[in-house]
Design a protein around this ligand. Structure first.
Ligand code: PLP
Length: 430
């Protein structure tokens, strides 16, 4: 399979190049040259298949020319080491819990797939992954890449500007994950990383990569759990809708990839907080990036969603096709909190603020189409990750899951780094 840039259909690269580069040189996003349709027999038997078996099938359809069967198995087994259970919340309303991985958020799927794929594609070559983080990216990448052979991770983060729990999630691992505490802000960290990628001397001596969120290897595995959720749904109604709490729109675009591969999803709900660039577009406006606004569902505070062009590409640039398949909904923090309270009161289920936005989008959509849909909304993070907001909203204590609490007991291992590119370069060279 070759991959093209969303900015230039004729710029084709190999899987290896797409994964190591991350972003195309023209700043476009990589996309598979063609989207294979899975055979009818796969969908007939899907309820009998395990999560991993579904993952093999999807990966094989895309990468069979690039990876031997044994490596496809290794890759998927490493990615799907935890489940994504479908839990009924109300009649015809289900949540897909994507928070059972090491950092309790759905980004674990992409980080694990990406790290393993890099290691398989590079063979004996070593690669250094450089990440600047203000919190969450660092923990997902660190945990996804932890212990993966041939890959070294270097995380730069601003001293004193990351929450204790987040810091512990990427500074206590050790092994192939190094953390650099920078005397500076997040932008300083990012500047040093960007400078390293452009440094000819460094690039001659080592393979550097970013593993950033738009990497095709972080994007593709997010399609697995749409197939899986569909396979476990007891369909009592004819049509299925999926609601996705969205920020950069990678997750939603992965759902549409699944649909394009043949999964019969009738509608997608693009649910956002007040950062509503995409809902505005879907309602007939132009696509217009805006400065981001801070909300309680802060992983979705994105004013310029980078996967928008992937959404369009999945419809061959046909905007009416995209608008027919995806419906936009957006909500204020107040509405989000009300939904968290109402769901807790009626069904006992604890939503995190991101899942609550998706729940709202799904139930509002279903109310517009009575009796037509089975609905699934994605729970992208464990409520314990947003403990303060959840406790304040619900007025009850919630406990941190063991996996998260364990990080707090870990010992922080970091190197201090002045805000100076020369020092960073020296660190990388030694
Ligand atoms: C990253 C993230 C999102 C947004 O996902 P996109 O793929 O960027 O749209 C939603 N919820 C949580 C908890 C996240 O961490």
């Amino acid at each position: 399979m070759k991959f093209y840039s969303t900015n230039d259909q004729n710029h084709l690269v190999s899987l290896k190049e797409a994964v190591i580069k991350g972003l195309a040189p023209d700043q476009g996003l990589y996309m598979p040259e063609n989207i294979p349709r899975l055979p009818g027999s796969f969908f007939e038997n899907i309820s009998q298949l395990s999560f991993r078996e579904i993952g093999y099938e999807v990966t094989r359809a895309l990468f069979a020319e690039d990876l031997p069967e044994q490596q496809i198995k290794e890759l998927v087994d490493h990615t799907l080491e935890f489940d994504a259970p479908l839990v009924q919340v109300e009649d015809h309303v289900y949540t897909l819990e994507l928070f059972h991985g090491p950092t309790l958020a759905f980004k674990d799927f992409g980080a694990r797939f990406c790290s393993k794929l890099m290691s398989l594609l590079l063979g004996k070559q070593q690669v250094k992954v450089l990440v600047a983080t203000s919190g969450d990216t660092g923990s997902a990448v660190a945990n996804g890449f932890y212990g993966v052979e041939g890959v070294e991770v270097v995380i730069l983060y601003p001293s004193g500007k990351v929450s204790e729990l987040q810091e512990k999630q990427f500074t206590t691992l050790g092994g192939n994950v190094a953390a650099l505490e920078v005397e500076g802000c997040f932008d300083d960290c990012q500047k040093m990383v960007k400078q390293a990628f452009l440094d000819p001397e460094l690039n001659q001596q080592m393979i550097l990569t970013s593993a950033n969120s738009i990497n095709i290897a972080r994007w593709i595995p997010q399609s697995f759990y749409y197939f899986y959720a569909y396979s476990r749904l007891q369909k009592k109604r004819e049509k299925v809708a999926f609601a996705v709490p969205s920020g950069n729109f990678g997750n939603l675009a992965a759902g549409i990839l699944a649909e394009r591969m043949g999964l019969p999803i009738d509608k997608f709900i693009a649910a956002t907080n007040v950062n509503k660039v995409v809902p505005d577009y879907l309602a007939g406006g132009a696509f217009e990036a805006k400065p981001s606004i801070q909300t309680i569902s802060n992983s979705m505070d994105v004013g310029n969603p980078s996967n928008f062009y992937r959404l369009l590409a999945l419809f061959g640039g046909d905007e009416s096709g995209l608008k027919a398949k995806v419906k936009g909904f957006f909500y204020s923090d107040e509405q989000t909190r009300s939904a968290m309270k109402a769901v807790k009161a009626t069904s006992g289920y604890t939503l995190d603020p991101h899942g609550a936005v998706a729940y709202l989008g799904l139930t509002d959509f279903m109310a517009q189409h009575p009796d037509a849909y089975e609905g699934v909304f994605l729970e992208t993070a464990h409520p314990g990750k947003f403990q303060a907001v959840v406790e304040e909203t619900l007025g009850t204590k919630i406990s941190l899951p063991d996996r998260l609490a364990a990080f707090l007991k870990g010992k922080k291992k970091v190197d201090q780094l002045p805000n100076d590119y020369g020092a960073f370069k020296k660190y990388l060279l030694t």
